[in-house]
Design a protein around this ligand. Structure first.
Ligand code: SF4
Length: 436
């Protein structure tokens, strides 16, 4: 059972030395109870207390990392709903491939090369799930000639697995999947090769029973498959799994794996898995038209609502501007930046785009919060030394903050301050007609 803040406090040194970054041991204990800090932040906890605190300090859902040339993490989640705090580790999207496929290398290479940009972020797939319907060892060798992404190995054949896992020394793969009838050899292999082990059962009681047996064999890193055959069943079981894990039912405190590839409507099943509460999602094949919306959905669910998506403040050159090109000003809220940059770029007109540090807020919000005012804009213009790049010294303010133009003139004597349109979509016409 998790300990309360007061129970944790009783196990701390109670010297209030502040070395953990908190003013008192009690404050640290409260944060530890809320799982917002690591126990290791206090250097003075006794070994005896550490032992007692270990359970309380551990996250309710174990962090599982699949690792090769890149990493995929799942687990460490602490809430049911994102608005309660945030979700931490985006589910990894894996493409299922067959060991027997004569075009294996070609298909893996195509999926591996896929990269798509969404409001300044690059997305790509996370790994491959290899179905051992042929020579698994050869398939793993082939895959490793074209990608270093993490692998899920789908077979129950211990001999095949042993050989394939030997090729992946230094990596952390996932073995899929142990069931009550065959878990022992697979658990032995997971332990031997330091791999994670997926555990499959068709009821939560059976899953909990199996994870305890596997843990008793020395395997800590597990992933759960609740073997739900319908959308309704997967929603119910995954939700129950998350709830029970957050109630510190340790035998169910592991990330979930989902197989939308086996569903009648893969897109809907994948969307459900991302939303509720899969850590690893296996898709049937490489389909960019499915991956792109899934990336966007995943990003929207796993973006911290307390931290707006931001771009780096600075000067952005659009369409090769010259000293006579106008200077446009906006904030570093990602969507605001891309709205402006895309409109100007699409128009073919050259411009300098100055992006100020408004803590990731949009123009109006930043202005209302005092993060986008004349003083800050002038500071950015001077800080980025824009005067050395332009001869015309013409600045275009967003129309929503026309009220700043007078103050900005005072802050930047010698600059021609213009008020642009309110909406980015009107910028090209404004630049053509009003700027000369
Ligand atoms: S470092 Fe440890 S002893 Fe010092 S205030 Fe923090 S919890 Fe207390």
């Amino acid at each position: 059972m998790a300990l309360s803040g007061i129970q944790i406090y009783k196990l701390l040194p109670q010297t209030n030395c502040k070395e953990c970054g908190f003013p008192t041991c009690l404050a640290f204990a409260m944060k530890l109870a809320a799982k917002q800090v690591e126990l290791s932040a206090c250097p003075y906890v006794s070994d005896e207390s550490k032992k007692q605190l270990a359970e309380s300090a551990a996250p309710p859902i174990r962090l599982i990392t699949l690792k090769a040339g890149s990493e995929v993490k799942a687990g460490n989640e602490v809430v049911m709903f994102r608005h309660e705090k945030t979700f931490y580790n985006k589910p990894g999207l894996f493409i299922r491939v067959k060991a027997s496929d004569p075009d294996l290398a070609k298909k893996v290479a195509a999926a591996d090369a896929y990269k798509v940009n969404y409001v300044g972020m690059d997305f790509s797939i996370d790994g491959f799930a290899v179905e051992a319907d042929g020579d698994l060892t050869s398939a793993v060798k082939t895959i490793r000639t074209v990608t270093k992404r993490p692998l899920i190995l789908m077979t129950k054949d211990a001999t095949l697995l042993d050989s394939a896992l030997s090729l992946l020394a230094g990596e952390s793969a996932l073995i899929y999947a142990a069931e009550s009838s065959d878990y022992e050899p697979l658990a032995d292999l997971a332990k031997k090769h330091k791999a994670a082990l997926a555990v499959k059962a068709d009821s939560l009681d059976a899953l909990a029973d199996l994870t305890q047996k596997i843990q008793a064999k020395g395997v800590e890193d597990m992933v759960l498959d609740s073997a739900a055959a319908t959308l309704s069943a997967s929603l119910t079981r995954n939700t129950q799994l998350r709830k029970l894990a957050l109630k510190n039912v340790r035998s169910l405190g592991y990330p979930i794996i989902a197989f939308p590839c086996d569903a009648k409507d893969e897109g809907i099943a994948a969307a459900q898995a991302i939303a509720k509460y899969a850590g690893f999602v296996v898709l049937s094949e490489f389909k960019p038209e499915l991956l792109y919306p899934l990336f966007v959905l995943r990003e929207n669910i796993y973006t911290d609502p307390q931290k707006p998506i931001q771009v780096q403040p600075g000067i952005y050159e659009i369409n090769a501007p010259n000293p006579e090109s106008p200077v446009l000003v906006t904030t570093n809220f990602s969507i605001t930046y891309f709205s402006v940059a895309n409109e100007v770029e699409g128009s073919g007109l050259p411009a300098w785009l100055v992006v100020t540090d408004a803590e990731g807020m949009s123009v109006l919000t930043a202005w209302a919060a005092g993060k986008f005012d004349a003083e800050r804009i002038a500071k950015a213009i001077k800080g980025f030394d824009l005067a050395s790049k332009v001869g015309k010294k013409q600045i275009v303010l967003p129309g929503h903050v026309a009220v700043l133009s007078g103050e900005l003139e005072e802050e930047l004597p010698g600059w021609d301050i213009r008020v642009g349109p309110r909406e980015a979509v009107d910028l090209p016409a404004f630049m053509k007609q009003a700027l000369n």
